[in-house]
Design a protein around this ligand. Structure first.
Ligand SMILES: *[C@@H]1O[C@H](CO)[C@@H](O)[C@H](O)[C@H]1NC(C)=O
Ligand SMILES: *[C@@H]1O[C@H](CO)[C@@H](O)[C@H](O)[C@H]1NC(C)=O
Ligand SMILES: *[C@@H]1O[C@H](CO)[C@@H](O)[C@H](O)[C@H]1NC(C)=O
Ligand SMILES: *[C@@H]1O[C@H](CO)[C@@H](O)[C@H](O)[C@H]1NC(C)=O
Ligand SMILES: *[C@@H]1O[C@H](CO)[C@@H](O)[C@H](O)[C@H]1NC(C)=O
Ligand SMILES: *[C@@H]1O[C@H](CO)[C@@H](O)[C@H](O)[C@H]1NC(C)=O
Ligand SMILES: *[C@@H]1O[C@H](CO)[C@@H](O)[C@H](O)[C@H]1NC(C)=O
Ligand SMILES: *[C@@H]1O[C@H](CO)[C@@H](O)[C@H](O)[C@H]1NC(C)=O
Length: 614
């Protein structure tokens, strides 16, 4: 007999005790409302295999966080003294008692030690079990759920529990309550005979907001040359051998194509022709080099990040374990949100690249808060080790990123169903750098640039002054209740995000999105790390404390580009950090609100280089 508790309205930290099958006592660990947009189809097949991940408590994480902030703060004595892999692992290691308790629990269910795998710091335990066993372990019932709009199906539950003696040693178990769909944040434009979007002044060159001189064509077509001119890096040569490396993550069967890269180099970076990147396959990730399998996202990311930084050695991480979403009840996908798989890999590597870009994410609210916190804590580990992590801020403005504005909603899915701006995750993690988008020369905020305020993560101290000064300029009561003024604000910085000339599947096409701005900003961070490493200095590591202090002087504030909305003018652009301008549109009787965001601004590599070397 199975007994579980069903509460109609549940907030966080529910602790209800019920009788569990084996006579021991389970305590509810997490319980959510069925998320908006998903319907329960049927009980999950009992023999369907789930790859469970169990997160053990990290009792000393606050010590790691403190170390992260100290080594990342240019005004602290420990600045640049990054931690080793072993030092970080010591600070996130679970208590040995936690390891024993969990092992005993799994053994009592007949799971052998040999069936378990563990992360490098032993803070995650992974095991493959059939649904029938997972239900017994977690005192729950799994169902096949379908995403109404896309037809995607997954195996999930809305609540789970743990035996009382295990409860306090485990932070979370997934996949249970994750309903994230984890799409790539990209928008694409097919090549047309001429790009109609931007006007041409007829001049040969134009001036950027920072004062650099840029070829006039850059207003409507972004190339490597344009970005170097725009961001003041023309003539800088990086080293192939000083130890600096750069990484791009790939998910969702996005393959970076070698032939496309050669075509791109032949056109935009001729000296790089015949150079290539290393591909690392993680968790069953593939590297399909059939030209027609080339991913637009992956090609965009590697061509621009590696084109900006050649001859810096470069890595592409192809992580599997993500959908094909097969809309078939008999073969539902049960995949984990795949950052965790990539993190397991990269945290186990002794010398990861100093600079890494990711152009994938989802609405923060689709990731359970406990899981978002834990994944974010893993990004802190990389930062403490001296790795700069960039994430696209998202392409949905303050909305939920639904490409069809008519169906875009800004409703919470926590059962309260109130209207709220929807920030993106992982960009909303305070230990990463969120990159928003601009367009045109001189640059203005691009309308789709994701931004706003996290619901889950408190505002980190490095940005409180910048955000407070922005909010102080707002008329009292503006958008009250729609955002969390005490939350982590995004983006931190921005870069060009439209009209990128990319080679994909043998053809040149135009691509846009904060998918373009993250690898771009990352390219310039990698060049800064190159300069530092060549000078015998440590790399920048976690960037934000630097960006919001000394770094501001090397960023170009974007203060123009209002997209006047259908009725309201929204937030005004201001000097300093800003979440940009709002565009409000009345659509089918309710409000769609799009916020364009630029954070502290776009990079001026020459100035930043002088600042970091000074
Ligand atoms: C956490 O830190 C305390 C104090 O430094 C130390 O005594 C303890 O062993 C650490 N715990 C773990 C699990 O490493
Ligand atoms: C670039 O294009 C935009 C949009 O058409 C236009 O407003 C701007 O004036 C152009 N820039 C220059 C320097 O011509
Ligand atoms: C970079 O390399 C090019 C080509 O070798 C050379 O012409 C240029 O002077 C170099 N720039 C610097 C700053 O060394
Ligand atoms: C690239 O490799 C091909 C084949 O080996 C060679 O013919 C060509 O000259 C090389 N190009 C450059 C720029 O090195
Ligand atoms: C590679 O991609 C092509 C085109 O999508 C597909 O036909 C082929 O089966 C794939 N190969 C592998 C090994 O998955
Ligand atoms: C949430 O509220 C909106 C607006 O009142 C409504 O259209 C929608 O059906 C509600 N959704 C749920 C799941 O209650
Ligand atoms: C934006 O600026 C205009 C002109 O200064 C002002 O009238 C308006 O109230 C401002 N809007 C907000 C939301 O601050
Ligand atoms: C570009 O960077 C150099 C330093 O490398 C600086 O002297 C110059 O003023 C910068 N140009 C602009 C327009 O900011």
């Amino acid at each position: 007999m199975k007994v579980f508790v069903w509460l109609s309205v549940v907030l966080y930290a529910v602790s209800v005790t019920v009788a569990a099958p084996q006579g021991c006592t389970h305590k509810v660990k997490e319980q959510i409302e069925p998320p908006r947009g998903w319907v329960k189809l049927a009980p999950a097949p009992p023999d369907h295999i789930i790859h469970l991940r169990i997160a053990l408590l990290q009792p000393n994480f606050t010590q790691l966080e403190q170390a992260l902030y100290e080594v990342s703060d240019p005004d602290h004595a420990r600045y640049g003294q990054h931690l080793s892999k072993e030092q970080v692992e010591e600070l996130v290691a679970p208590h040995s008692e936690s390891i024993n308790v969990v092992d005993e629990w799994l053994a009592s269910l007949g799971i052998q030690q040999s069936e378990l795998s563990r992360s490098s710091a032993k803070d995650w335990v992974k095991v493959k079990v059939p649904v029938s066993l997972a239900e017994k372990m977690l005192d729950t019932t799994y169902h096949v759920w379908q995403h109404t709009e896309s037809g995607d199906t997954i195996v999930r539950t809305t609540h789970y529990g743990l035996p009382e003696d295990v409860h306090g040693h485990v932070e979370l178990v997934q996949p249970t309550t994750i309903f994230s769909r984890f799409r790539g944040m990209k928008t694409t434009y097919r090549l047309t005979s001429s790009n109609q979007q931007a006007s041409d002044s007829g001049a040969a060159s134009i001036r950027s907001a920072s004062g650099t001189v840029v070829d006039a064509s850059c207003n409507s077509t972004i190339t490597i040359t344009c970005l170097k001119e725009l961001y003041n890096a023309t003539g800088y040569n990086s080293s192939a051998t000083n130890g600096n490396t750069i990484g791009i993550t790939g998910y969702l069967e996005q393959y970076a194509n070698f032939m496309d890269l050669q075509s791109f180099y032949a056109q935009q970076r001729p000296d790089a022709v015949n150079s290539t990147f290393k591909v690392t396959l993680i968790n069953g990730g593939q590297n399909n080099q059939t030209l027609s399998a080339a991913g637009i996202e992956a090609d965009l990311d590697v061509e621009f990040a590696f084109g900006l930084t050649y001859p810096t050695p470069s890595y592409f991480y192809s992580t599997g374990g993500s959908p094909p979403f097969i809309p078939d009840m008999d073969t539902p996908t049960d995949t984990n949100e795949p950052y965790a798989e990539w993190l397991d890999y990269i945290l186990g590597v002794p010398n990861p690249p100093q600079t890494i870009s990711t152009s994938y994410g989802d609405d923060e609210q689709t990731v359970p808060e406990s899981y978002a916190q834990r994944v974010c804590a893993s990004f802190a580990q990389l930062g403490a080790r001296g790795v700069s992590l960039m994430f696209s801020s998202g392409d949905g403005g303050v909305g939920d990123g639904d490409p069809d504005p008519a169906t875009q909603t800004c409703y919470t899915n926590d059962g309260r169903n109130v209207t709220r701006f929807i920030p993106g995750f992982p960009a909303s993690c305070p230990y990463v750098t969120a990159v928003g988008g601009t367009t045109y020369v001189p640059e203005v905020a691009v309308f789709f640039s994701g931004g706003g305020f996290s619901i889950y993560f408190a505002q980190p101290s490095y940005q409180t002054a910048a955000v407070a000064s922005y909010l102080a300029k707002l008329a009292p009561g503006t958008y009250q209740g729609l955002y969390n003024p005490y939350g982590r604000a995004i983006p931190d910085v921005s870069a060009q995000a439209n009209y990128f000339l990319v080679w994909n599947a043998g053809e040149p096409i135009y691509v846009g999105g904060t998918s373009a701005s993250s690898p771009t900003f990352t390219g310039f961070v990698s060049l800064l790390n190159d300069a530092l490493i060549s000078a015998g200095r440590p790399p920048l590591g976690f960037l934000n404390p630097f960006l919001y202090s000394r770094g501001v002087a090397g960023l170009t504030d974007i203060t123009a580009g209002n997209n006047p909305g259908c009725g309201t003018e929204g937030f005004n652009a201001t000097v300093g950090w800003d979440p940009g301008k709002l565009l409000n549109c009345e659509k089918s009787g309710w409000l769609t609100i799009t916020i364009a965001v630029t954070g502290l601004g776009t990079p001026n590599f020459g100035l930043l280089k002088d600042i970091v070397l000074s």
